[in-house]
Design a binder for this molecule. Structure first.
Ligand code: G6P
Length: 589
């Protein structure tokens, strides 16, 4: 998954492209490249690594131009595999996956064409370059190539002898925008947002032709089409790091505000339609990926405990191909920070097509997920820049727990109030400072276990994911009672264990697992509201968090785990904001 930009206008293209790419780096940062046309020739600069590696290209003369920031799918992260790809007279950037690339590449090679990268994208460059060479019609060449391609793509294509950019979209996001300073194409709004510009969102199968001061849109049959125009505002200035060294640390500090701002008051008239749906809900399905999947797991505990509504949580990439059973009365909740995750979008669309009502819980207003959902319950975590999700997770829990409470009310069941959670989150943050001193135990670790039962298990899963994502330490979140059934074999003196025990009814059982790992030499770290447990001789160090309803406790107990991951990553010399191989928003399968 990648970010693409294109620009044709009054200014030199290179600085405009580089500024746009910086805004799209959340989509991947394995390599970056730009291509500008000057005097009928391409000038291409490509580098392994982040957009800043292209700084030297800022001085390039020329216009129009295209650019790319890459999250590697086919082919290693390297300069050789960086975009733009040039073939014949055309240059191309691509976001998506060409699923029949191997077969098309073999056909091209059989014609004697030579490839210079290992990417799927270069196949599209070859097809378009060949077709363009035959007729000199760039739009026709892109459309003819598109007919041969399977998979997903957003393309921006330049020809060295034409002042135009042609774009195509199929299952990968793409917008085009027009303003007094030129015409633009990009994977996402921040790359082109500026007051005075108007944007159009391409639909699957659409093509766009950008020429000087003009945008033309076409459907799959190259018939002119009109798409809704959106007036763009100046992109809000990117939040800085404030007093913090990293965005991740700053965003953890914003957890209490994210919880406060996101807790919806579902008794307000604006939610009356949602509440009507809740009254008819017999089954709850949740589809999500990564951290958002873990919020779904937390929701299951709350919804089943208070509303007694059977709840299933699905990894979206599995759900979409699982031929899911969606009985009448099913409400599906799609949870996604970005609202752009391809797997979650596909799962949401499938649930809807099977008759389910769909609620989107997302942090990004106007994201693709909001367009497919029947109802949107926004999280108000504020922009999250660090790749590893932190405050958005707590914000999702605020919304989901509010839904669980409302579901309980409609079922005439009791549910505890949520209003105190923001203050408790603040207290938890203050109580968690000590985790920074735990890092020496993790620096030499072979692997790490996070243990818990019930809702604590969900917090353990998310704590483990955070640690893996940004410190690259092998780690597992495990149901505390299951450890003894095999996995205990992995535990030794180099396996620190983090236990979460916030449910009084289960805490002693969780402590059984603590005794078992301690007996095998593991250092144990505990997150709990119970001071007696924290004083146990088996516990090396602990964080005492405030007590709250156990089904809601992950919204608190995850905070020290987020901080732990951050400090361990720092101690190991890793960049917590931009972990290797990952991207903030994954718009490919
Ligand atoms: C990527 C990110 C994860 C995130 C997941 C789901 O894999 O690296 O941090 O949890 O996508 O993203 P979403 O935007 O749908 O919540």
């Amino acid at each position: 998954m990648c970010g693409i930009v294109g620009y044709l206008g009054e200014e030199r293209a290179a600085p405009v492209l580089l500024d746009g790419l910086e805004k799209l780096e959340y989509r991947g940062y394995d390599s970056a490249g730009i291509c500008v046309v000057n005097g009928g020739k391409f000038f291409v600069v490509r580098k392994k690594g982040r957009v800043k590696e292209l700084a030297g290209a800022r001085a390039l003369e020329g216009n129009p131009g295209i650019g790319h920031t890459r999250w590697a799918t086919h082919g290693a992260p390297s300069e050789r595999n960086a975009h733009p790809h040039v073939f014949g007279k055309i240059s191309l950037v691509h976001n998506g996956i060409i699923e029949n690339a191997a077969c098309l590449r073999a056909q091209c090679e059989a014609r004697g064409e030579v490839f210079s990268s290992d990417t799927d994208s270069e196949v599209a460059a070859h097809l378009i370059g060949r077709f363009y060479g035959e007729k000199g019609d760039l739009l026709g060449a892109v459309s003819a190539a598109a007919e041969l391609l399977a998979g997903s793509y957003a393309f921006a294509v330049l020809a060295e002898d034409k002042e135009e950019i042609v774009c195509a979209r199929m299952r990968s996001p793409l917008i085009v925008a027009c303003g007094p300073d030129g015409v633009f194409a990009a994977s996402d709004v921040p790359a082109v947002a500026k007051a005075g510009r108007v944007a159009y969102v391409l639909e699957d199968g659409d093509f766009a032709r950008l020429t000087r001061g003009k945008i033309e849109l076409f459907d799959g049959a190259l018939r002119p089409v009109v798409r809704e125009a959106v007036a763009l505002e100046e992109e809000e200035v990117s939040p800085g790091k404030g007093e913090f060294r990293h965005f991740m640390r700053k965003e953890i500090s914003e957890v209490p505000a994210a919880v406060l701002n996101s807790l919806p008051d579902l008794s307000k008239p604006e939610f009356s339609e949602v509440c009507k749906v809740l009254c008819q809900t017999k089954y709850l399905h949740i589809v999500a990926c990564g951290t958002a999947y873990h919020s779904g797991l937390c929701m299951k505990h709350a919804a089943e405990k208070f509303a007694r509504v059977p709840t299933e949580v699905f990894v979206a990439s599995e759900y979409r191909y699982a031929d899911p059973i969606v009985p009448p009365g099913t409400l599906t909740i799609a949870v996604s920070q970005s609202g752009e995750t391809a797997d979650t979008l596909a799962a949401a669309a499938l649930a809807k097509s099977r008759g389910s009502v769909l609620i989107a819980v997302t942090n990004v207003a106007h994201s693709s997920l909001t367009r497919v959902a029947d109802f949107v319950l926004p999280t108000h975590a504020g922009r999250e820049i660090a790749v590893a999700a932190t405050k958005s997770f707590n914000a999702q829990l605020a919304v989901l727990y509010a839904l669980a409470v409302q579901l309980a009310k409609t079922a005439k069941c009791c549910a505890p109030p949520l209003a105190g959670l923001p203050v408790l989150a603040r207290e938890t943050l203050a109580a968690s400072a000590g985790v920074a001193s735990w890092t020496p135990y993790f620096q030499g670790a072979r692997s790490v276990f996070f243990l818990g039962r019930g809702a604590d298990h969900c917090a353990a899963l998310e704590g483990s994911l955070k640690l893996k994502e940004i410190s690259y330490l092998p780690s597992e979140g495990y149901a505390a009672g299951e450890l003894k059934h095999g996995t205990l074999a992995l535990v030794d003196g180099r396996t620190p264990v983090v236990a979460v025990a916030c449910d009084e009814a289960l805490a002693d059982k969780t402590m059984n697992a603590v005794h078992e790992v301690y007996a095998r030499g593991a250092a144990v770290f505990l997150v709990t509201p119970f001071s007696a447990l924290a004083q146990a001789k088996e516990v090396t160090a602990s964080v005492l968090i405030p007590r709250c309803e156990p089904a809601f406790s992950p919204i608190l107990s995850v905070i020290p785990l987020q901080l732990l991951a951050y400090h361990v990553a720092l101690a190991l010399g890793k960049d917590p904001d931009k972990p290797r191989n990952l991207a903030k928003s994954v718009t490919v399968e």
